[in-house]
Design a protein. Structure first.
Length: 433
């Protein structure tokens, strides 16, 4: 680098230093200028980071524009009051068939899983030993009857001789005792005959109830006794069948009120996922005490079970139709808001403005809820987009493509858990955040 270049850069550096020094002195002496510079820099930064897209004044976040919401009109319909519980399928009769005599199995007259009626043959035990015992008892009866007849003839003879004072009174008394003894022997022989006949009946094991036969516990040729640990076979009655389920003790008073009124309460059994109806029946009885450990009471419902969809010891979800509210005011569950005022809804008026309306809730299901006070059928409530609303806000109604309107469905297709809503305290809705 030559001397001219050094002099050039030295002059430039001196000029830059002089310029910077002058600006510094100006800013130091004039605070207003310094503030203006900072404001200009902030404005420039805000302009750079602000999106350049078009602003929709009617959008949800538009300045002062109406907010888009989804509304639904309150309707009048029926609302079933349903009590839900968990139950177990319990057969009316489950019989473990036992042998009442000892002997060898000579015939099995059923197939596993077969449906049987009362009196249908199941198992045959060898009857020959009991037939021989019957014949022996019958022979003893014939012999003892002959002895009894002879003793009665001798008694008549001794009575005649005693009148003629030809025999002692002791002889007559002995003969009378012998007749009574022979009569007792004949009675015992007859009882042995009846027992032998009964044993022959026991050789033919029959079904005591109508139902389905389970897996056989013995096979042909086994020697069985009356003390078989697993029995011979199990017969379970499937038609009709019952379900035992539990309900909380708080639900007993309204349930008892319906039963005392003589009403027959419908009961529906669902599968484990509560999506498929297995069977429909009726409430049969309520237990006579509450379980103090769980605070629940047991109930029993009976089902015809014609298609045998209910299986013994199966766990099911049970819905009991307690009552049905007719001509109730219904709105979707999504329309109910909860906050400082209590329970309220946003009602849309003819000018597309919302107002806070405090309401009292009644029973409900998974879709709709009953409004017992504060709303009339036909009024429109906000069911979506209420999180940014406040009292008096303008709204833009848009079509609801997801939620269904609040319409009443038949009670048998809407067995869901009842939602008992209580009236909330008076107040006003919170302002938008």
């Amino acid at each position: 680098m030559n001397d001219d270049d050094r002099s050039h850069f030295s002059s430039a550096d001196a000029l830059g230093e002089n310029t910077s020094s002058r600006w510094y002195r100006v800013l130091a002496r004039r605070p207003v200028v310094r503030i203006l510079v900072v404001l200009v820099a902030l404005a420039l930064l805000a302009w750079l980071i602000t999106p350049k897209g078009k602003h929709d004044p009617a959008g949800r976040f538009g300045a002062g524009g109406p907010m888009p919401v989804v509304g639904a009109a309150a309707s009048s319909g029926d609302m079933p009051i349903v009590l839900n519980g968990l139950g177990t399928v319990t057969p009316i009769a489950t019989v473990t068939v036992q042998s009442q005599i000892s002997g060898q199995i000579t015939q099995i007259a059923f197939k596993e899983g077969q449906s049987v009626k009362p009196g249908d043959p199941l198992i045959l035990i060898d009857p020959r030993p009991y037939q021989v015992a019957l014949e022996q008892a019958q022979g003893a009866l014939v012999r003892d009857k002959a002895l009894l007849a002879n003793a009665k003839v001798d008694l008549e003879r001794y009575q005649t001789l005693f009148k003629e004072d030809s025999v002692a009174e002791q002889t007559l008394a002995t003969q009378r005792a012998l007749v009574v003894q022979d009569e007792g022997t004949v009675t015992t022989d007859q009882a042995q005959i009846d027992a032998a006949k009964l044993n022959l009946v026991y050789c033919h094991i029959i079904s005591p109830v109508a139902g389905r036969v389970g897996l056989q516990q013995v096979t042909l040729g086994n020697y069985v006794t009356p003390a078989e640990p697993n029995g011979l076979v199990v017969v379970t009655q499937l038609q009709p069948i019952t379900v035992v389920f539990t309900l909380p003790e708080d639900q007993i008073p309204p349930l008892q009120a319906q039963l005392h009124a003589g009403k027959t309460l419908a009961v529906t059994a669902y599968d484990r996922s509560r999506t498929t109806v297995l069977a429909t029946g009726a409430l049969q009885t309520v237990d006579n005490q509450i379980d103090p450990t769980t605070g629940t009471v047991k109930l029993k419902a009976i089902f015809a079970n014609d298609d045998e969809t209910l299986f013994p010891n199966q766990f099911v979800n049970v819905s009991l139709l307690l009552n049905t509210l007719h001509n109730a005011t219904l709105i979707p569950q999504a329309g109910v808001q909860r906050g400082a005022p209590g329970t309220y809804v946003y009602v849309v008026d003819a000018q597309k403005a919302v107002s806070v309306r405090k309401v009292a809730l009644g029973p409900g299901d998974a879709t709709n809820v009953v409004i017992t006070r504060g709303l009339k059928p036909g009024e429109t409530v906000v069911v979506d987009g209420a999180d940014k609303l406040k009292d008096g806000a303008k709204v833009l109604m848009r079509q609801n493509t997801a939620a269904a309107p609040a319409t009443a469905a038949p009670a048998q297709h809407r067995h869901r858990k009842s939602d008992q809503g209580a009236a909330a305290d008076h107040g006003t809705a919170p302002a938008a955040q």
